[in-house]
Design a protein around this ligand. Structure first.
Ligand SMILES: O=C(O)CCC(=O)C(=O)O
Ligand SMILES: [Fe+2]
Length: 331
């Protein structure tokens, strides 16, 4: 299902100074929330600068990504994502099916570090809750990727959520009580150089919209990300030093009754070089009911989507895209 709204035919992705939201006065905050709201309604994508995460930490995470993807395939397969149903670990090339023939990328996923016998999993059936899996012989990997980067980006996501709440005419802390134990998936992605003749059925990352509420994406210095406007034109979203790309995902589009839009994008790594990127996908707690927000409903825009539990929604989207989950389904 697509949640694209009636966006303007944008030709570039707006850039927002998030530092003014974090450190500015009340007027700054309102202004930035308005800029963010306008980007979420019309483009579904924006860059943020002055977000508070140091460039040193970001370059160290990329260094860890390089170390991980350089490991022999046998070693990476020891933590193959299909070994559990928790959507954590290593995704080999062609595994993810956003392109018809499988994506030309490898990934490593980690998410909220929870106990094997997490209470929501054991007592209420939260399917994605549980522990992460880590490569055995990469000293310092988990410390950098999770303890430092994951937790920093999670904090930033909570701050962004406040700006979304204001942009939606909700109290700033509206989402706080329902984002106490979010899944929050962090992915390290590696795109090998793509052959010069592009097979449209085999892209780095095929055309898609994201599943969760929003994505906070760091790109290495290679371009490749493209965002589609309503005219069907592909607009480049190149890496800009010191920024993250933020984009709305389908769950948020649904939650906002289509007021915020979830825009189609893809990756074609035509740089001739290896490309790395690090998206962080953020949504509310597993059992949150995603029901069109009151401030997004009016006579002209009656509720378009039935309520759904956040976790159930996410699981259904994972089931549609991962080969390993499809095999499981047919067993
Ligand atoms: O690699 C990128 O720049 C974007 C990746 C992406 O869109 C995704 O993983 O959902
Ligand atoms: Fe995406």
């Amino acid at each position: 299902m697509s949640y694209e709204g009636k966006s303007l035919p944008f030709s570039e992705i707006p850039l927002v100074d998030f530092g003014r939201f974090l450190n500015g006065n009340d007027k700054d905050k309102v202004e930035i929330a308005e800029q963010i709201g306008s980007a979420c309604r019309n483009v579904g994508f924006f860059y943020i600068k002055n977000h508070g995460i140091s460039s040193d930490l970001i370059s160290r995470v990329y260094e860890q990504a390089r170390r991980f993807f350089s490991l022999p395939i046998e070693e990476k397969m020891l933590i193959y994502i299909g070994l559990t149903s928790l959507n954590r670990g290593y995704t080999p090339i062609y595994e993810e099916k956003l392109s018809l023939k499988g994506d030309l990328k490898e990934g490593f996923d980690c998410a909220n570090e929870l106990e094997e016998n997490d209470v929501d999993r054991v007592e209420r059936g939260a399917q994605l809750h549980g522990p992460n899996v880590w490569p055995k012989n990469l000293q310092g990997f988990k410390e950098c990727v999770y303890d430092e980067y994951y937790l920093s980006v999670l904090k930033l996501a909570h701050r962004l959520l406040k700006s979304f709440a204001l942009a939606l005419n909700l109290p700033e802390n509206y989402f706080e009580s329902i984002t106490q134990k979010p899944m929050g998936t962090l992915r390290l992605l590696y795109y090998p150089p793509q052959p010069p003749i592009i097979d449209p059925d085999q892209l780095g990352c095929g055309s898609h919209t994201d599943y969760e509420c929003f994505t906070l994406l760091s790109q290495s210095n290679e371009k490749g990300l493209q965002v589609q406007n309503v005219l069907g034109e592909w607009i480049e979203a190149p890496p800009i030093d010191g920024t993250f790309v933020v984009n709305i995902g389908d769950m948020m589009a649904r939650w906002t009754n289509g007021v915020f839009i979830s825009t189609v994008h893809r990756v074609i790594n035509t740089s001739g070089r290896e490309r790395y990127s690090i998206p962080f996908f953020f949504g509310p707690d597993y059992f949150t009911k995603i029901e069109c927000l009151k401030t997004c409903i009016n006579e002209k825009n009656p509720p378009k989507y039935a309520p759904i539990t956040a976790g159930d929604y996410l699981v259904s989207r994972f089931n549609d895209t991962y080969k390993y989950r499809q095999v499981e389904d047919t067993l």
